[in-house]
Design a protein around this ligand. Structure first.
Ligand code: NAD
Length: 425
């Protein structure tokens, strides 16, 4: 099977509408009034730029870039920057809103934002990526700022892009400003534990959920879709808890091993193979669709949006879905999954470990004093466990799914602050 045939299908469901349908349900439960509803549903700011970049062949290409600030009630907006050909305004709007709810669920003092550039980073040279990233930062200099809007990595971006943003922004404002961006390399003011943070939060949420379901993690089975930052670290940490990872996948396809994939070996293979699992021999090849439909205790979608939809929801056999990715389950799949009794730990809770440690990075940058990895893990685990219990309690009180309960907790918090702060007219 070629990598092309194996690429996961991206449903056309609009992620912003998916987000809004959950928002609507939670708003009904908390009795959100019309004024707050209207304010919270719309992003506060959406900026679109066209970034001219001189490519290595001397020609200029123009890239579409976005930054959306959904809501800054709880603090400066926070959210990653995505490099992907799928980037579009609706996607960035949905991702920005999810950041608002995510920061509110875990109780960190940030609003929600998100950015993206429509590009294929894998087909670009390092020099082209640097010029693109610096160009985007130049055009967003009035949007970004340590007290305004703080980017971070997302799909297709990592520490190197964050270092370029920090450098470019610092030059533009005339002073070293590490707190303008998180997910930086350690030597540039990054936080210990940031690279592992999202996967670690997925592991902590999985453990909390398994305990509610009465499933022993030792020997429990899992399948993980996506083998980038979130997927590979989630898989590694779930395996470290005694779980058996039956399948993993990335853009090259999915790999199944009934005895359990050796995750450390798979990571080593990927790192020595231009970042992909293409040609990996530690499991037999299956399709990404087959991976999602495996008989496992825990399914971790950690690649991209709209992987579980009304087309495949009735074939999902996992007892627990822990959303490492943002928006992997479309709203149209919720009812089927809920009727099947599958517990879903929603993205805005399950993958919030990343933004939590980003917040710790920002705090450490402003303190000018750095914490040990052990301290970062201890504090992040505590945040994740507390948030999980609050959402679980809300799901019991309102007799709703964990997803809607997470929205209830988040929307209530942001709406309460909206009332306290008031409007400007
Ligand atoms: P990444 O770029 O490191 O990895 C993405 C993975 O998904 C790769 O293995 C890639 O091969 C796979 N993938 C992408 N497109 C695919 C396709 N069309 N077919 C098959 N596989 C495909 O990204 P990441 O940082 O791990 O992010 C993954 C998800 O987690 C995204 O939804 C992101 O928004 C979310 N997320 C990331 C973080 C973080 O800290 N990195 C935090 C919260 C949420």
């Amino acid at each position: 099977m070629s990598a092309k045939e194996n690429v996961i299908k991206h449903s056309s469901e609009n992620p912003f509408e998916s987000m809004m349908s959950r928002f609507d349900e939670a708003a009904r439960i908390i009795g959100l009034d019309d004024s707050d509803y209207n304010v919270l549903k719309a992003p506060q700011k959406a900026v679109m730029v066209n970034i001219p970049v001189t490519m290595d062949n001397g020609k200029v290409r123009v890239f579409e870039g976005y930054r959306v600030v959904h809501n800054a009630n709880l603090g400066p907006s926070k959210g990653g920057i995505r490099y992907s050909m799928d980037v579009n305004l609706d996607e960035v709007k949905a991702l920005a809103a999810w950041m608002t709810w995510k920061c509110a669920v875990v109780g960190i003092p940030y609003g929600g934002g998100k950015g993206g550039i429509k590009c294929d980073p894998r087909s670009m040279s390092k020099g082209e990526l640097e010029r693109l990233t610096r160009g985007y930062t130049d055009m967003m200099v009035d949007v970004f700022g340590p007290d305004k809007d703080i980017p971070a990595p997302d799909m297709g971006t990592g520490q190197q892009e964050m270092a370029w943003i920090m450098d470019e922004y610092s030059k533009l404002v005339g002073r070293s400003t590490p707190a303008v961006v998180t997910g930086k390399p350690l030597v540039l003011g990054g936080s210990a534990g940031r690279v592992e943070a999202t996967g670690r939060g997925v592991m902590v949420s999985t453990r909390s959920a398994l305990s509610k379901l009465g499933i022993n993690p030792i020997g429990a089975t899992t399948a993980v879709q996506g083998f980038g930052n979130v997927g590979s670290i989630s898989a590694m940490l779930l395996a470290s808890q005694g779980m058996k990872v039956l399948a993993i996948s990335d853009i090259s396809g999915a790999y199944f091993n009934a005895e359990g994939i050796n995750i450390d070996e798979a990571i080593k293979y990927r790192d020595g193979n231009k970042g992909t699992l293409e040609g990996y021999k530690g499991g037999s090849m299956i399709t990404n669709e087959e991976l999602l439909e495996l008989q496992v205790d825990v399914l971790v979608p950690a690649a991209m949006e709209n992987q579980i939809t009304d087309e495949n929801a009735d074939r999902i056999k996992a007892k627990l879905i822990v959303e490492g990715a943002n928006g992997p389950t479309s709203a149209s799949a919720d009812t089927t999954l809920n009727n099947k009794g599958i517990m879903i730990i929603p993205d805005i809770l399950a993958n919030a470990g990343g933004v939590t440690v980003s917040y710790f990075e920002w705090v450490q940058n402003r303190l000018g004093y750095f914490w040990t990895e052990e301290r970062v893990y201890r504090r992040a685990d505590r945040v994740m466990k507390t948030a999980f219990e609050a959402v679980y309690a809300a799901s019991q009180v309102h007799k709703c799914s964990m997803r809607i309960a997470a929205y209830v907790v988040a929307i209530k918090k942001v709406a309460d602050v909206e009332k306290l702060r008031g409007k400007f007219s």
